[in-house]
Ligand binder design. Structure first.
Ligand code: GSH
Length: 215
């Protein structure tokens, strides 16, 4: 199977996680960020992730990919209940996390931005929607404080370092994808239990953290 991804993309992380967790071989293919033709040719829109299944068919939507792989390859692993408090935390954290992560992505040495055209495509598109990256970066100190506070609030919600609710659930895909994105931000304070969960999930899922390119 082949999984088309962007390396910075949290939705792609969710799809990558299930392959790592189940130790299922998959070939990761990074799309250039300005390549519209390839994804449109596969699923009719410019989006990642896209799974090319063993039968040759294409499947978009990260959580559809997670559930498809989980139920079709070996015994299902994602069997635990979700905790609405995790969903609420993710929602409350997004407005502060997004403007911290977004402008840092272009300096993260990701393969999808390897050409100037691909990098400029991303900057143009995202700045049109969210404002200039320079302005977003200027808000760093306040946003780092806010997200560090969010991480403190998250700590008591994490029950185990291998499954936030004690048994692997959809929450782990959404939560680890967010925490992995946040590792590109330098200067965040990570409480011990949250850091243990982040590091253990990275190991179990075989998805790299972004600490080495943190800014
Ligand atoms: N609901 C989709 C969302 C996927 C998504 O929004 N992916 C982003 C990349 S992070 C994308 O492809 N955006 C279009 C673009 O980059 O031009 C999923 O869960 O897979």
């Amino acid at each position: 199977m082949k999984l088309y991804i962007y390396e910075h993309c949290p939705f792609c992380v969710k799809a990558r996680m299930i392959f790592g967790l189940k130790n299922i071989p998959v070939s990761l293919q990074v799309l250039m960020n300005d390549d519209e033709a390839t994804p449109i040719g596969m699923v009719g829109k410019k989006v990642a992730p896209i799974l090319q299944k063993e039968d040759g068919g294409y499947m978009p939507e990260s959580m559809d990919i997670v559930h498809y792989i989980d139920t079709h390859y070996g015994s299902p692993l994602v069997t635990g209940p979700v905790n609405p408090a995790i969903g609420k935390w993710l929602e409350a954290n997004h407005p502060a996390a997004y403007p911290l992560v977004l402008p840092r992505n272009v300096n993260g040495k990701f393969a999808e931005f390897a050409t100037p055209e691909a990098r400029h495509y991303f900057i143009r598109k995202k700045e049109a929607a969210s404002g200039s990256f320079e302005e977003l970066l200027a808000h760093t100190p306040g946003l780092v404080k806010k997200v560090s506070q969010h991480l403190r609030e998250l700590e008591p919600l994490i029950q185990q370092s291998n499954a936030c609710n004690g048994e692997l659930s959809d929450d782990d895909f959404h939560l680890f994808a967010r925490l992995r994105s946040l590792t590109i931000v330098a200067g965040l304070e990570w409480p011990t239990r949250v850091a243990e969960y982040r590091d253990n999930m990275a190991k179990q899922t075989q998805v790299n953290l972004l600490t080495s390119v943190a800014q």
